[in-house]
Ligand binder design. Sequence first.
Ligand code: NCD
Length: 325
Amino acid sequence: MPTQPNNPHLPFGDQRTAPWYGKDIVSVKQFNREDLEYTFAVAHEMRTMVERVGTFDLLKGKILANLFYEPSTRTSSSFTAAMERLGGSVIPINEVKYSSVSKGESLPDTVRTLECYADVIVLRHPETGAAAIAAKAARKPVINAGDGVGEHPTQALLDAFTIREELGHLDGLTITMLGDLKYGRTVHSLSRLLSLYKVKFNYVSPDILRMPADVIEELKAKKMEQTESGSLEKALPETDVLYVTRVQKERFEDPAAYEKVKGAYVIDPPTMKAAKERMIVMHPLPRITEISMEFDDDPRAAYFRQMEYGLYVRMALLAMVLGKA
Ligand code: NCD
């Protein structure tokens, strides 16, 4: 791939030595602890730059294709904002029904088309493994923005960054994941990513929405401490990060089964009396009823701040794969 010299006035490295230049981001399994620290450092730099100047020209002239086959508010708009704050531009394809996908075009063909016009492709797709298929078809970098019930690596990276910024460290923390651990792709990615650190996991869910056995086995092989339960009572007092998830209605085959579990847990001020004073509550959002709005003003409610950290992490990832970090 051709290289261009960096602007010497920018505080970022030369792209010829940039370790993520031209790479796809498909799974958190691609990241080791060093990569994570590197991403956090770049994201931190992005935060400083946004606070100082708002928008700057690191990716001037670069184009992102934002290809979304599933609904999204945060992921899609934060990638758009990230690209535009870096001086680049975006081809948004949110309504695939208005694209040639509705004529029956295959994912590899759609991706091969978009890479003629764009430098990087962000893809959200309802099928597990779709991002890997797209990455194989494309010569340009593909970033997985959620593939069915599989992974959501950029969310996990921003979640880990949120924990680091909010609590200062990751080692030694107790992470409690609550809600739909079966269909929630964010928890599949986050638990794998945090297994790079010395953390303890509590999985709290209705029985039919337990964390998939393959994730538990993977973490067991890495000697991670994990507990499973249907009740939050025991886990909450020791929790440093309570990661709440939405019951993923759209992934249920049986609507009656969804109705039975949709209100299984509600985080509200009375429930949170049992939690530590210094801990955080996170949620990838959107929330439905699993966190009551009465809790939003509690300093431990980190879910709105989490969205903002997402902008900096996505700016970092775009700069990394386009060789500017
Ligand atoms: C999540 C997703 O799409 O997996 N949302 C997001 O990207 N912030 C979580 C969800 O939809 O419940």
